[in-house]
Design a protein around this ligand. Structure first.
Ligand code: GLY
Length: 291
């Protein structure tokens, strides 16, 4: 199997820092593709690609995560492999790379999802040091608006905060598939809010048929189980049509999102029903940015 990686840096109405984000997704895809080319496996490639974007404050994940109305950065992340093994963290604070903690949940525990203080305690036990992911830019953004009046106005929030969830899907030379997704969630959210990113079949899903990572309006992505549905589409030959239909239908119901996916035979799928989704694909010794 020829290895492939696809990464996304968020879908939405528009995004700021276009040049930096393009550079960021390219760097992430290059990192992940390098791992695959050096015989690395799909899960490590997807996780390392996501880590690169978590470390880049132009994205809404890890450093530079969106803030809740209380000024806290509660982050979500998850990983899944095609043998139905999943790991996630939700509402985790004070760590640099939630995606690495999610991978530890998958590999070191019998659980699928750790939340809040429990997730932080687990991270410390696994050796992750305390790290403040809150940037001055996010603090200013929070101060500028009356957050308490905004949190119910989802369209406005999405317009202001500009998306930036990050994700990756990969297939390695052995044909193994994996997906990874990480986010700071919605700006101005209520404390304790859980979006789609840490939920199986919502923000992240993988099965023997394919792997997918979603970005966009989390509450809606979770309601429609976007990645699970997309991977289900991959069971059929007309999977592209099936996936396009699905995205069209959920758009009518208010679910704006983008999805990256790879089918078990290495066929990539990049779809969105929002005006933009930035990302990059690494395949055949080439890294190509899409938007
Ligand atoms: N899709 C990211 C979120 O809504 O949390």
């Amino acid at each position: 199997m020829k290895p492939i990686i696809i990464v996304h840096g968020g879908a939405g109405k528009a995004y700021s820092h276009k040049t930096e984000r393009k550079k960021g997704v390219k760097e992430a895809a290059r990192k992940g593709y390098g791992i695959l080319k050096n015989e690395g496996n799909a899960i490590n490639a997807a996780v390392e690609a996501v880590k690169i974007m978590e470390d880049n404050p132009v994205f809404n994940a890890g450093l530079g995560s969106a803030l809740g109305i209380d000024g806290e950065a509660e982050m979500d992340a998850s990983v899944m492999t095609d043998d139905y093994i999943f790991g996630g963290v939700t509402c985790i604070k004070d760590v640099k790379n939630p995606i690495l903690v999610a991978q530890k949940v998958m590999e070191e525990t019998e659980h699928i999802l750790l939340a809040g203080d429990g997730a932080v305690k687990f991270a410390r036990k696994m050796g992750f040091k305390e790290f403040n992911p809150i940037t001055e830019g996010r603090k200013k953004q929070l101060k500028k608006r009356s957050a308490s009046s905004l949190y119910k106005n989802i369209d406005k929030i999405i317009e202001i905060y500009g998306g930036g969830t990050v994700g990756a899907v990969a297939i390695d030379k052995n044909g193994k598939l994996a997906a990874a997704t990480s986010t700071g969630g919605l700006m101005y959210h209520l404390p304790g809010r859980v979006g789609d990113t840490p939920l199986i079949g919502a923000g992240t899903y993988a099965s023997p048929y394919g792997a997918a990572s979603a970005t966009g309006y989390g509450e809606m992505i979770a309601r429609f189980m976007v990645t699970k549905e997309i991977v289900e589409c991959m069971k059929s030959e007309g999977f592209q049509h099936c996936a396009e239909n699905f995205l069209e239908k959920i758009e009518e119901r208010g679910c704006g999102c983008g999805v990256i996916a790879i089918r078990k035979d290495g066929v990539p799928l990049i779809l969105k029903n929002t005006p933009v989704m930035i990302g990059a694909i690494g395949a055949f010794n080439n890294i190509k940015v899409f938007e």
